[in-house]
Design a binder for this molecule. Structure first.
Ligand code: ADP
Length: 330
């Protein structure tokens, strides 16, 4: 595979505060890369730097092996899709989608042809003459996706595009968007603070913490084998302890009175805060001193019940101590 994007040792400060710190990574052509991290860790700043809306303090960004850091946003083949659809209220759906092509001096017939094709792809063709206020939130985001894709960017940046939508709509749109990006052959970088979204949308996933990528890998590997406690807290599906990580599949919630006497069990005290179903299995959300975690149980538990989180000690994965997991140069 060819590398489409390379970010090399990026630094960005606002006033005297470092936001991006020595960030290096690459994207393969056609790849879907997600970045997950807590609010304020620098995700949007990274996208804004890639789109050219913010300048870098240090470092370089290469798109198809050419540095783009000095190019104006409109001269980069990079499109940024925001949380809000930001459609022009006085233009119809079709006009909103053709707008960018007009600025690129594409002929009117061709603009309309390309925009109509894209509106069919996002299942909004019959709404082409409607105005944005006549559309639902999900439809507006679909128009905004059509408007971005019709420009055939080398790289599409998505800044939490589903965050204003309800949970069911978010889930259905995720699949649709990923299929569409694949069909159109567009490379994407998707940022979110929602771990499920990050896992589902990414071929590779980066965990961001305080302006750095602290882990990059296949979503399954990152979720089941976080390389540090920070990574485990942000994305790990299981119990993040200082000594290591216990994946959810190895974790059991047991009533306090059932505490087994076997030495090689690890225990954390907690309380059932909710009952849920995951993959058809009843699960319990257990609140403990440092947060909450999902766990299964051999018993029927009730909300408010005191429990112990247990796992065999050998199931605990120790965090990697390799320094090169931090600020990864890929
Ligand atoms: P995220 O997208 O991960 O929530 P952001 O990239 O939006 O985080 O913000 C990272 C930090 O940079 C935050 O502390 C935010 O307040 C700060 N920040 C973002 N944009 C600006 C700006 N234009 N001026 C000053 N500080 C900013």
């Amino acid at each position: 595979m060819n590398q489409l994007l390379q970010c090399r040792n990026i630094y960005k400060k606002f006033s005297n505060t470092s936001i991006l710190q020595n960030l290096s990574f690459h994207l393969e052509e056609g790849e879907h890369f997600t970045v997950v991290g807590p609010s304020g860790c620098g995700k949007s700043t990274l996208l804004r730097c890639l789109a050219g809306l913010e300048s870098l303090d240090e470092g370089d960004i290469y798109l198809r092996e050419k540095s783009i850091v000095r190019l104006r946003p409109e001269n980069r083949s990079v499109v940024l899709m925001f949380q809000d659809s930001l459609l022009f209220p006085h233009l119809t759906v079709l006009e909103n989608v053709t707008y960018g092509l007009k600025r690129k001096k594409v002929s009117k017939t061709e603009r309309v042809r390309q925009a109509e094709r894209m509106l069919k792809k996002v299942k909004l063709f019959k709404w082409k003459d409607a105005f944005p206020h006549e559309l639902s939130g999900g439809q507006k985001q679909r128009v905004s996706l059509a408007r971005a894709l019709v420009l055939k960017p080398d790289l599409l940046l998505l800044d939490e595009p589903f965050s204003s939508l309800d949970a069911t709509l978010r889930e259905s749109l995720r699949g649709e968007v990923k299929d569409l990006l694949r069909e159109e052959g567009i490379t994407s970088l998707f940022i979110t603070h929602d771990r499920d979204e990050a896992i589902e949308m990414g071929d590779r996933l980066a965990v961001m913490f305080e302006g750095r990528f602290i882990q990059i890998g296949h979503p399954y590997d990152v979720v089941t084998n976080p390389s540090s406690m920070e990574s485990a807290k942000i994305i790990g599906e299981g119990l993040a302890l200082e000594e290591g990580f216990i994946p959810i599949s190895k974790l059991k919630a047991i009533p306090v009175q059932d505490k087994p006497s076997i030495q090689d069990f690890t225990f954390v005290s907690g309380k059932v805060s909710a009952i849920t179903v995951k993959n058809n299995i009843e699960c319990y959300r257990i609140s403990w001193e440092l947060g909450s975690v999902l766990a299964m149980s051999d018993n029927r538990l009730v909300v408010g019940q005191e429990v112990l989180l247990s796992a065999k000690r050998e199931e605990m994965k120790k965090y990697s101590t390799q320094k090169d997991q931090w600020g990864l140069a890929q």
